[in-house]
Each structure stands twice: as C-alpha cells, then as structure tokens.
Design a protein around this ligand. Structure first.
Ligand code: NAI
Ligand code: MG
Length: 359
C-alpha cells in the first residue's frame, strides 16, 4: 500500500524548495522502505489564478480528499494577486475544509544556526507551539453597522467551543506526555479577557486531570511572549488559542534563527481528512528565481509529514541529516546565504539527501 501525497509547490521559492523536499523524501522512502507516491498540482498558485480567475478548481475538495497528506510549498505573489485572495483562496480553504484544527510548529535551536537571542545554545530551545487552527478569535461572527456615520460600529466575536478547546488541549497533552520533560504551558489572558479565557483555563484544568504525569503551568500572553525571549529554556509544549498561537508560532521559530529552516504542520489528527505540511516562510519574491532559498523548512516539513504518517524513525532521521549537514558549517557544507554560506538551494538539498542515505 502506497501513501498518496498531493504535491503543491505554489509560488516563488515554493517552486525552488519543493524539489529538494521531494529529493529528501525519496531518499527517506528508499532507506526506510516506505512506499510513497506523489501527484503534482499546479493550482493554489498565483499563476493558476491569472489563468483561471480562481485559486482552485471547483472540485478541489474531492481531488485532495483522496490523498493521505498535502505537501505544500508557499503561496503568494503580491504584485500579481493581492495576498488576501491568494492566501484565503488556497491554504486557508484547506485548513478549514479539512478540519486541520492543529497547527504544530517545532521551535528548536539546531547546531550550526545562531539564535538571535544572545548566548543561547542548542538544547536551550526545544519546544513545540500547538495552535488552535479553526475557531477562537478568528471567527466570522460579527459585522459593521451604521457605516460611514458617526454611529459606525464594528463587532467581531470570539467563538470558543468545548469541543474545539478540548480537542486541541488533548493533542497538546498527548504530545507533552510523550516528551521527556512532560511539561505543558497554556497561553491565557484571563485577567483581561474575562469570559472566554477563564473558560479556556477551566478546560485546561479539566483536561489536566487525565494526564497526572504532565506538569502544567500558564502565563498571560503578554508575559509569555517576554519569556519566549528571556527564558526559552522554560518551555516544552505550549498550547494556545488561534490568535495567541499565531503570534507565538512566529515568535518561537524566530528565536531559533533563520525563517528559512522553520517547518509547520496543519493536522487533522483523526485522519478523516488529509493533513498539510508546509514551511513557515512564504514565497519570498525578493530572492525568488535566484536559486538561493534555504530548502530546510520544506525538508523538515517533509519529516513532520512522515512522522504524521506513522514513520517516526524516518522523520527523525531526516532531522538528524539536517543537523549533521548544518554542523559541518559554511566552510564545509553548501549552506545557503541566509546561513552565511556560499551554497545554493539544490546543493544544500543534495547534501541533506546524501547525509540521510549515508546515515
Ligand atoms: P516571506 O517568508 O516570503 O519572506 C520574508 C523574508 O524572509 C524575505 O526577506 C525572504 O527573502 C526571507 N526568506 C523567506 N524564506 C526564505 C528561505 N527559505 N531562505 C532564505 N530566505 C528566506 O514573507 P513575506 O515577504 O512577508 O511574504 C511574501 C509572500 O508570501 C506574500 O505573498 C505572503 O502573503 C506570502 N506568505 C505565504 C505563506 C504561506 O504560504 N504559508 C506564509 C507567509 C507569507
Ligand atoms: Mg502568522
């Protein structure tokens, strides 16, 4: 039985890093004897939009539902198509329609990459941000009234459901329970947001009773962001609502160096729908076409995809191969310019694939 992967490179450097992601996945498939089959799609890109007047074909849901996972590059080309059209018309549709209610981002300082935080070394930063990806502050409940008058009013309601909170908490607790430190931090703001956030806290307490081995703490979002910078070593698994998680899941990877290496997963844990794996970065129009984009975010996202599909060893081996190449440093390894190297996208992808095959 082959695992079916839908491949969507998207725009800009998405089309440059995707072949390297696939190269490493193929090396992993060979070493670990995994049957993977890839099918490529040109939709969910700005070129597709310019040709068809929409980002996706009408039957995209049926097409993609048949796959075990979606491997995505990046979308967006603001000079051709406004960002709200390209993003809303593509990945945001996938996240909602496929109920990918977990957004997972590892924040790990890797040997060979310098943290922008002074004196931080590999081992000091190694945690996950688990973001609720479907409800919360990003709701469509609300509206605008009395437009253009003195009484003009806008309202947007936060929507938190017990189902929605409990399922993201369960995922985060399960993840924490599997990690050596077994620690979970909840992002809250129950001092200021006095209805939804105390409810979130209540659900955390209730869920914690199922996981007596997991230590739980909580911080208000304001001091939590400060602690990401001042004490990143305090964290193991951090769980947050949609808005707070959005902020933390950019800040966390930023503390670990270049955006070019950060991966992410949008997961439907029950597997009713395909999950989607993509680098954190966008299409980087400023460097697109030069062949110098760092492919590691894309490659690492592939590792998360294999772990999600049940191939934990293969996923771990990819991350080890990335680490081994980075450890060699910019003199020995063909690192990309964002890593202070003189290599390019392809050379770095090949080096990681070779390290994986040799491993
Ligand atoms: P961006 O992530 O594309 O670029 C930000 C900066 O980081 C740029 O200077 C870029 O050169 C650099 N960078 C990004 N990835 C890199 C890599 N792999 N290697 C080396 N340097 C890298 O974010 P920006 O410029 O705000 O957005 C550009 C477009 O991408 C927009 O259309 C935006 O909407 C879209 N976007 C798409 C995302 C997605 O597909 N999930 C996420 C973020 C932005
Ligand atoms: Mg964000």
């Amino acid at each position: 039985m082959s695992h079916k992967i839908a491949v969507i490179a998207g725009d800009g450097i998405g089309t440059e890093v995707m072949p390297e992601g696939l190269r490493v996945l193929e090396a992993a498939a060979e070493r670990f004897n995994i049957a993977l089959s890839f099918e490529h799609f040109d939709f969910a890109s700005c070129d597709y939009y310019l040709e068809h007047g929409q980002m996706l074909p009408d039957d995209w849901f049926d097409i993609l539902s048949k796959f075990d996972a979606i491997y995505y590059g990046a979308v967006g080309w603001p000079d051709k198509v406004p960002d709200h059209i390209s993003l809303w018309g593509s990945i945001l549709q996938f996240r909602r329609a496929f109920d990918q209610y977990i957004n997972l981002r590892p924040c790990r300082l890797i040997p060979g990459i310098k943290s922008p935080l002074a004196d931080r070394e590999p081992g000091d930063i190694d945690f996950y941000v688990v973001r609720e990806n479907t409800e919360g502050e990003y709701s469509s409940v609300g509206g605008r009234m009395f437009e253009g008058t003195e009484r003009e009013v806008v309202i947007q309601d936060t929507v938190m459901t017990r189902t929605g909170i409990d399922r993201v908490l369960k995922y985060a607790f399960e993840l924490a329970a599997k990690r050596p430190r077994r620690k979970l931090t909840s992002a809250t703001k129950s001092n200021g947001i006095s209805i939804t956030m105390p409810y979130w806290d209540e659900r955390v307490k209730a869920m914690a009773t199922n996981y007596p081995d997991v230590t739980v703490d909580q911080y208000h979002i304001d001091i939590l962001t400060a602690n990401f910078v001042m004490h990143p070593d305090w964290f193991d698994v951090v769980v947050a609502s949609n808005l707070f998680g959005d902020i933390l899941s950019d800040l966390g990877p930023a503390c670990t160096g270049t955006i070019g290496v950060a991966p992410s997963a949008n997961i439907n844990p029950e597997g009713r729908f395909p999950s989607m794996f993509e680098p954190v970065h966008g299409s980087a129009p400023d460097i697109a076409g030069k062949g110098i984009a760092n492919p590691i975010g894309q490659i690492w996202s592939g590792a998360m995809m294999l772990e999600h599909l049940g191939f934990e060893d293969a996923g771990k081996a990819i991350v080890e191969a990335i680490e081994n190449v980075l450890k060699e440093g910019p003199e020995q390894a063909p690192l990309t310019p964002d890593l202070k190297g003189k290599g390019d996208t392809q050379a770095l992808g090949k080096a990681i694939a070779e390290a994986l095959s040799a491993g």
